[in-house]
Write a protein that binds this ligand. Structure first.
Ligand SMILES: [Zn+2]
Length: 199
């Protein structure tokens, strides 16, 4: 916990004619936010190996699977998952609204898949005939405020989870959501919200 310099390191960046002043306080703030959001997958993992993976690193699991049918008999059904994680002092929330409803449709089109998902996140209401109405933007704002502004959660580490056993940010919506949250934080810090996660 050092002192904040009276003459912080400062620089200027431009995007489409708009000037942004970045300093070391903003960068530190952003880095801390980014470090508190991890992502994990559950495919190819048992409950024990999944918990082993996150234990000591994660306080809150955010489940963003659109469908929770697969692996439901291995403890990954939301109601059961929550109870198991609680025994390890890990909180659990299931946000189906942040799942990817286009997952099947866009399976072989990674660029379109990401575009569609980011567009979906802006929707206030997403009605599906076979599902209750989803509120992507409302839940996204709720999650952002929980991570960025909630007093109870300000020192907690979050983990977004999905099935996909990939580390490639172009292949799973848990990376796209993380990127979106980072860009929301950047916008709030008066930085350009155009960060893209790379491999
Ligand atoms: Zn996924």
């Amino acid at each position: 916990m050092g002192e904040v310099s009276k003459h912080p390191f400062e620089y200027e960046i431009k995007r489409n004619g708009t000037k942004f002043i970045i300093n070391n306080v903003i960068i530190r703030n952003l880095r801390k936010f980014i470090e508190r959001i991890k992502t994990e997958h559950i495919n190819e993992r048992t409950m024990a190996s999944f918990i082993n993976e996150i234990k000591g690193k994660v306080d809150v699991v955010i489940d963003i699977r659109y469908n929770t049918f697969f692996k439901r008999n291995q403890g990954f059904k939301p109601e059961i998952f929550q109870i198991i994680l609680a025994t390890h002092n890990i909180e659990y929330f299931y946000f189906q609204d942040l799942g990817n409803p286009y997952h099947k449709k866009n399976q072989d089109k990674p660029i379109k898949a990401k575009q569609d998902y980011l567009k979906y996140l802006e929707k206030r209401l997403f009605a599906r005939s076979n599902k209750p109405d989803l509120q992507p933007h409302h839940i996204l704002t709720h999650l952002f405020n929980k991570i960025a502004h909630s007093k109870d959660y300000q020192s907690k580490n979050f983990c977004l989870i999905c099935y996909c056993a990939t580390t490639n940010p172009s292949e799973c919506h848990r990376f796209w959501l993380k990127e979106k949250l980072i860009n929301m934080k950047r916008t709030e810090l008066n930085m350009p919200g155009d960060y893209i996660m790379e491999v």
